[in-house]
Ligand binder design. Sequence first.
Ligand code: ZN
Length: 103
Amino acid sequence: MNGQRDQSTCDHHSPQPVLCAKPERVHWQPAQSAERFARRPHVIAWTCECWPIVYEKLMTGGSYLIRRTDQNDRVSAVPLESSPTSRKEADVLWRRLMSGTAV
Ligand SMILES: [Zn+2]
């Protein structure tokens, strides 16, 4: 039996960002969800956890934002967030993150 397959720990049911040579840097700020959000935000999209950086698209009180968590940095693991914005702008940012043109 020589049927070697990649035994990934993940079945990749969530998308992964693509790497880009010259991504534009998003203005991230430290997440402060618990204090700031009146209601718990809904996670409406997320990337695969086998990727070092996990992105989540959140909706809260009619605003949308992207949360960025660097899994390599668990010790000082403060997630970062984009500024709350409209659904349209959050979708644009999400697509740019997924396409690797923004980080
Ligand atoms: Zn994966």
